[in-house]
Write a protein that binds this ligand. Structure first.
Ligand code: ADP
Length: 248
């Protein structure tokens, strides 16, 4: 049944590539202010699910609604970004030859176009916003440094900060802790929980220690649909999850 208050509502979403069902009647719901973890083996359909939500791929069938009644299957990628869905891909894509601050300034000016970026002067409000984002992503002390000189983990945080500059209502994050140090991984769990206080976040991850640190509801996908959903203890005790994912 439709959930008019859900931030994300997928029901019976299927998509095939050359006859292969990448998603097979996938259904799950994310509520406003929720942080949801998505796990599952390679090929489970996690990336395809993100592609469907962001309008990169059209489902063959099924419903995808955002923020109650917005039908995402009728919107293109640019419209969906404009609606307030941000996506962080696995690899960080920051401007290495710019400072941390300038990366955030560019992200804040993104909607102002080329001339906006060249000629727009930051307001006091913009500067406060950048300072807030720097605090959130643990980069205040590095704001004058070139992005190239950040650690891999800090680059991931910077890119999350650049997405926050767009004020997304829903943030999709793909394997953020891959390649991070243990300390960065632990900090990322705290950071994402803070971010989810003011928006919804869906995070796809393989790192089970990180998923445990998050302590949120987990959706385990396999073969294009939901295998199990609930707390990490509940999901990881499910024989189907052990067989399809954890036991591999
Ligand atoms: P995951 O992200 O969970 O590893 P994917 O969503 O990337 O899974 O892939 C699900 C399945 O769909 C895989 O078997 C993959 O090979 C296939 N697939 C995904 N995208 C395409 C595509 N554009 N063309 C053909 N096959 C695809």
């Amino acid at each position: 049944d439709r959930k008019p208050t859900s931030i994300l509502y997928l029901d019976g979403v299927s998509v095939s590539f050359d006859g292969f069902k990448a998603l097979n009647s996938l259904s799950f719901v994310v509520e406003p202010g929720e942080l949801r973890a998505i796990i599952g083996p390679n090929g489970a359909g996690k990336t395809t699910m993100m592609d469907i939500i962001t309008g990169k791929t059209r489902p063959d069938s099924g419903e995808v609604f955002f923020n109650g009644e917005v039908d995402l299957t009728k919107k293109d990628e640019a419209e969906i970004a404009q609606l307030g869905i941000g996506r962080k891909f696995q690899k960080p894509t920051v401007f290495e030859s710019h400072t941390v601050w300038d990366n955030l300034e560019l992200a804040l000016n993104r909607d102002r176009g080329v001339f906006g970026t060249l000629f727009y002067r930051l307001t006091a409000e913009d500067k406060t916003r950048i300072e807030e984002i720097l605090e959130t992503v643990r980069l205040t002390a590095r704001k004058g440094d070139l992005a190239a000189n950040l650690s891999h983990g800090q680059k991931q945080w910077l890119e999350i900060g650049m997405l926050l500059a767009q004020e997304p209502k829903l943030l999709l994050v793909d394997e953020p802790v891959a390649g991070m140090t243990d300390a960065e991984t632990a900090e990322t769990a705290i950071l994402l929980k803070e971010i989810a206080k003011t928006r919804s976040v869906v995070v796809v991850e393989h790192d089970m220690g990180f998923i445990r640190d998050l302590g949120v509801k987990v959706t385990c996908l396999a073969e294009g649909s939901v295998l199990a959903e609930g707390s990490i203890d509940f999901v990881s005790a499910d024989p189907k999850v052990i067989e399809n994912y954890l036991g591999r």
